[in-house]
Design a protein around this ligand. Structure first.
Ligand SMILES: O=C(O)C[C@@H](Cc1ccccc1)C(=O)SCC(=O)c1ccccc1
Ligand SMILES: [Zn+2]
Length: 170
């Protein structure tokens, strides 16, 4: 089922996600719904916080054909390089706002997948950028927090406008 995505500056986006103890049937259903919602919203990632479920769960799919979703539960990221690179980021909770954010672009990801198997990978590029963006969501951080006050104000105004247009479209 499609889930409603919370929009900036909704305070629920600032909640801290709790660790997943057991991958229950409910969580497996949530994973399916999040993947469907991510594709519908044309995103490459989605954190459970964005759909008002405050548990440490992320889904991502960077593939061309949108047919290889990845699930990260209780993810931990460790930078593997000192220097940070700028990358044009977007966010499904801040529609139509894109801006450069500096992040380490090579990281180690430790997590578990939906079957409880350990994930321990070194990734770089967009995958590294996206996983850090999603883990930020689990910690109540949104990419606009890294931008100037002026850009944050503009982002709030932009989201208000986009939501009004979407309401009219019904
Ligand atoms: O809000 C989210 O977490 C999803 C977000 C993930 C993300 C994209 C790009 C950089 C960092 C994190 C999106 O999918 S935004 C929309 C999108 O598909 C996109 C935007 C910019 C570059 C590539 C893809
Ligand atoms: Zn986001």
């Amino acid at each position: 089922a499609l889930l409603p995505i919370l929009s900036y500056p909704d305070p629920r986006l600032r909640m801290i996600a709790t660790p997943v103890k057991e991958v229950t049937a409910e969580i497996k259903t949530l994973i399916t719904d999040m993947i469907e919602t991510m594709y519908d919203a044309e995103g490459i990632g989605l954190a459970a916080s964005q759909v008002d479920h405050h548990i440490q769960l992320i889904v991502m799919d960077l593939s061309e054909d949108k047919d290889s979703p990845r699930v990260f539960i209780n993810p931990k990221v460790t930078p593997l390089v000192e220097e940070k690179q700028p990358y044009e980021e977007g966010c499904l909770s801040v529609p139509d706002v894109y801006d450069k954010v500096e992040r380490p672009n090579k990281v180690r990801i430790e997590a578990i997948d939906q079957n409880g198997n350990a994930i321990d990978e070194e990734v770089e590029g967009l995958l590294a950028v996206c996983i850090q963006h999603e883990i930020d969501h689990l910690n109540g951080v949104i990419f606009v927090d890294y931008l100037s006050r002026l850009k944050q104000t503009r982002a709030r105004d932009k989201v208000r406008k986009v939501l009004k247009i979407r309401e009219k479209q019904g």
